[in-house]
Design a protein around this ligand. Sequence first.
Ligand SMILES: NC(=O)c1ccc[n+]([C@@H]2O[C@H](COP(=O)([O-])OP(=O)(O)OC[C@H]3O[C@@H](n4cnc5c(N)ncnc54)[C@H](OP(=O)(O)O)[C@@H]3O)[C@@H](O)[C@H]2O)c1
Length: 324
Amino acid sequence: MRAIQIARLDGPQAAHVVEIDEPAGGDDVVVVDVHAAGVAYPDALQSRGLYQYKPEMPYIPGAEIAGVVRSAPEEAHVRPGDRVAGLTMLCGAMAEVVTLPPERLFRLPDSVSFEAGAGVLFNDLTVHFALRTRGRLSNGDTVLVHGAAGGIGTSTLRLAPAFGAARTIAVVSSEEKADVARAAGASDVVLADGFKDAVKELTDGRGVDIVVDPVGGDRFTDSLRSLSPGGRLLVVGFTGGDIPTVKVNRLLLNNVDVVGVGWGAWTMRHPGYLQQQWAELLPLLASGRVRAPEPVVFPLEDAAAAIASLEDRTARGKVVVSLR
Ligand SMILES: NC(=O)c1ccc[n+]([C@@H]2O[C@H](COP(=O)([O-])OP(=O)(O)OC[C@H]3O[C@@H](n4cnc5c(N)ncnc54)[C@H](OP(=O)(O)O)[C@@H]3O)[C@@H](O)[C@H]2O)c1
């Protein structure tokens, strides 16, 4: 089979196509013919050895797939021929065939393409966990999201209204990314530069209930200042590079929370959680209440460029690579 392999840790350009043997099946795994694989920021970090999870070398990048079940154990909830999305978490996805335990596979509605399906799990389940489990989103809340034209960002803009948010404020770095955020459903879009004052004006000084922050860095303190009393700042990632520190007197003075969001770690400790999450998301996607992502699709041969687009900040929305 064809797959992408990374054999040295000097960045995305090391990702290249190889011919390798298909993985062996087994009594307790599902074999999937992969049509598309998602690209997420950890793929860029991993290619430089900078991510907390370090796969054995050489490795196949990618955390999520969509495809068709080739074979499955008798008792599995998916059958041969089923269209599925799956989580390889945190590598192994960019290959024409993968094997996965049944609990990492999720039936895809017919209305969701393989490309969209390959881009749905990693971000949407993280955002579901962030807003519902950790962020305590209530009906009528206003949600601000940084990096709003990125994978986590567009996912937040698509999902937050379906979970009850009355308003979403997207923070982006350019006018071009503002268009991406609007297309993903943002109520308002502001530029990162000076976002605190813009948010103050948009909310008549009240601030927002939730900040979803996949960026971190030097905007963290202004994010805290943008919260209304009782607000929650959800720490999702650090694409901005620096890991911010927080002076906890700010939390006390304004009655706000900084909340860690580590979805992968949570799923390891909560068996069945992934399937519970999908049970909530599936009807929203199938009914069209939440639109599927509309990813930028790269051919497999250009996987290096696909991963690099997240690192060099040129990615628009979700990025996937196509395998069939
Ligand atoms: N906690 C969890 O469980 C979890 C799960 C999944 C992902 N994550 C994390 O979430 C973060 C976002 O992932 P993603 O897949 O959404 O990434 P993405 O698609 O590349 O989006 C990230 C956004 O960050 C902004 N950004 C600001 N400074 C940047 C810089 N120096 N380099 C690159 N981007 C920069 C960019 O928006 P602007 O240009 O508009 O600023 C970009 O659109 C990553 O840190 C990832 O590891 C965490």
